[in-house]
Design a protein around this ligand. Structure first.
Ligand code: GDP
Length: 290
């Protein structure tokens, strides 16, 4: 991480350390406060922010900067290391045959992410297919089909079907030639029991290699309950954060990562199938602290 990755206030607090070789408590307190401000306004959960600030404070005051390192570079390194520990590495996604199940509330961006992820896998030389099991939301079938066409990937859905588990079963058979099957599921506006029961049945049917929770970057505290429920029902291996092209910084998703003991897999930043990237800690950290 370089200073340019940080927001103006944090950068200027660090700049005041210029030329110093030792940090005093006031310096550290000032920097930690700036970090707290940035993270809280990025929707990072307050208890995560507090844990992080405690670690930064302790390390900055206790660890001796290695010879030749300025106090500023030393603290910058500590901040970066602690931020990496907070956001984690990207979810492991081997480039091999697999089934991925997507979970999330309605409007979180599941259908869009299914096509985007399929496109991403196709750029890695694999043959992906999207299976659309959402019989709940009107228009979900057409939207998924269109997006799969734009991504130029295989697609299975049944516009007349009303049993998502049946569609999932047929979809697995119909896409037997694909390497990577991405199974899109129905969302609801809230975590209703029938939603959970349905996704549990689909999970049993398709037996996914990994299940990813799709979250809108603007999600705040709501991330916790959702993450816990989906973790308990199907087990969550990773998180996809969508709509990072908006103003939200996506820090709320870290609550879900923490709650599920998982990591971030992909970031979505637009409405077209190419608007997706694999999660990578340093860019996301700059965004949170920017
Ligand atoms: P689902 O109900 O979870 O399947 O959500 P959709 O995939 O239908 O997405 C809901 C809305 O969010 C749609 O209008 C999408 O075009 C939009 N959307 C999804 N991902 C992104 C994103 O990364 N950026 C932007 N700007 N819009 C997105």
């Amino acid at each position: 991480m370089v200073l340019d990755d940080l927001g103006t206030s944090l950068r200027s607090s660090l700049d005041t350390l210029q030329g110093k070789t030792r940090l005093d408590e006031d310096d550290v307190e000032e920097i930690v406060k700036e970090i707290q401000r940035s993270l809280l306004s990025a929707d990072v959960d307050v208890s995560l922010v507090m844990e992080l600030s405690d670690s930064i404070e302790t390390r900055a005051l206790e660890e001796e900067p290695p010879g030749g390192t300025t106090a500023r570079d030393h603290v910058l390194k500590i901040v970066y290391e602690e931020m990496v520990a907070l956001v984690g590495d990207s979810t492991a996604l081997p480039l091999e045959s697999q089934t991925i199940l997507l979970a999330g509330l309605q409007g979180s961006g599941k259908t869009t992410s299914a096509a985007k992820m399929a496109w991403w896998f196709s750029t890695k030389g694999l043959r992906p297919a999207v299976i659309q099991t959402d019989t709940f939301r009107p228009g979900a079938y057409d939207q998924a089909k269109q997006m799969a066409e734009r991504a130029e990937v295989d697609f299975y859905g049944d516009p007349d079907g009303d049993d998502p588990v049946e569609i999932a079963r047929e979809g697995m058979e119909a896409t037997a030639d694909a390497d990577v099957r991405i199974v899109d599921t129905a969302g609801r506006h809230a975590l209703e029991d029938d939603l959970i029961a349905e996704i549990e049945e689909i999970e049993r049917e398709v037996d996914p290699d990994r299940s990813l929770l799709v979250l809108d970057a603007a999600i705040g505290q709501g991330a916790k309950d959702q993450a816990r429920q989906f973790e308990e029902s199907i087990g969550i291996d990773g998180v996809v954060i969508t709509k990072l092209d908006g103003t939200a910084k996506g820090g709320g998703a870290l609550t879900a990562v923490n709650e599920t003991g998982s990591s971030i897999a992909f970031l979505g930043s637009g409405e077209t199938v190419q608007d997706i990237e694999r999660f990578e800690p340093s860019g996301f950290i700059s965004r949170l602290l920017g």
